[in-house]
Design a protein. Sequence first.
Length: 179
Amino acid sequence: MNRKLKNSELSRKDIKQFKAAEKTPLIIVLDNIRSLNNIGSVFRTADAFLVEKIYLCGITAKPPHKDIQKTALGATDAVAWEYVENTSNLVDKLQKEGVVVCAIEQAEDAEMLNDFTPEMNIRYAVVFGNEVKGVQQDVVTASDTVIEIPQFGTKHSLNISVSCGVVIWDLFSKLSKSF
């Protein structure tokens, strides 16, 4: 019989250990996310998979905020983050630093997530867009690649926090073999 583990049995890192830990070479860029709960959920996902950093862009709210904290559950204290007003400028800056920028969007010639193979020793930034409009077209155009999450039902989109969880888990599982 399986017994649920208590939180004290999970061997979780404290904030100091998290900050000192080797990070997954992934950066999350939130492009004009309007839901504070979605933002908090993305912080929790980033914490779970040791994401390097989150960039909050445009209208995306910043911590501290009670509605972000409600879903982040303290992850905003562990995960590095920064606010940048213009997503396109950030994409340009990251590319100049050698980061491969991937827009997560449904677009012509997008590569399906299950077919995408990240290269080891490369840092990746994944851009997630607004709940209604998606990633801005100029950001999609400027990105190094576009990755699409395959979907097989009647709807044409996933919630941003769900999309982030799917993509980060997939890339973490592919990249974690390298460290």
